[in-house]
Design a protein. Structure first.
Length: 186
């Protein structure tokens, strides 16, 4: 990991831990979870917002006003709004995406959940996702939240990443393995 990236993660982790602990003390974890998801969705949906928070050209005060307006419009809780305002005044808004990620991790840990990254050749139906989550829950003993993506180059099958383990049942991987075996034979 590059040094600037690790510094950003460190900064975000400190803010996330503080926000999480305050929300937990105030019994506001459900609201924090909803706010975190909404903020993450807004950052993903708006390239303008993402570039504004990362831009060194935009004045600190302008960033603070813009983020205050976004937080108010989204109805974000006081704890997270105040944290965003503090981050803006300290010129730390560039770590907002990492803050969202760190908060998601803290909330999931508190709830006893783990997240599985699932890449499939076609979008999973609700029944398939439910069955996969149940199967993974039986394996790890915790609730499993699926984060799904579609990659048509897999041809068929799934790639599931859960913690440090990966299960690759994709047709693409099987074809690559077969190709390697054929090279050894021929």
């Amino acid at each position: 990991m590059s040094e600037p990236a690790s510094i950003s993660l460190s900064i975000a982790a400190r803010y996330a831990q503080a926000v999480f602990e305050i929300a937990k003390e105030e019994n506001g974890l459900k609201a924090l979870e909803a706010d975190t998801e909404a903020l993450g969705a807004a950052l993903a949906a708006s390239p303008e917002l993402a570039s504004m928070i990362a831009s060194p050209v935009v004045a600190r005060e302008d960033q603070a006003r813009a983020m205050a307006a976004v937080a108010a419009k989204m109805g974000i809780s006081t704890v997270l709004s105040n944290t965003i305002a503090l981050m803006a005044s300290n010129r730390r808004l560039f770590v907002l995406p990492q803050l969202v990620s760190a908060l998601r991790d803290l909330i999931a840990t508190e709830k006893g959940e783990v997240t599985a990254q699932v890449t499939s050749a076609a979008a999973l139906s609700a029944d398939q996702a439910k069955a996969l989550a149940a199967s993974l829950k039986a394996k790890v003993g915790k609730d499993v939240k699926l984060k799904t993506t579609v990659d048509e180059s897999l041809i068929g099958g799934l790639i599931v990443k859960l913690g440090s383990s990966m299960i690759d049942t994709s047709v693409k991987a099987k074809l690559a393995a077969l190709q390697n075996v054929m090279k050894e034979v021929g």
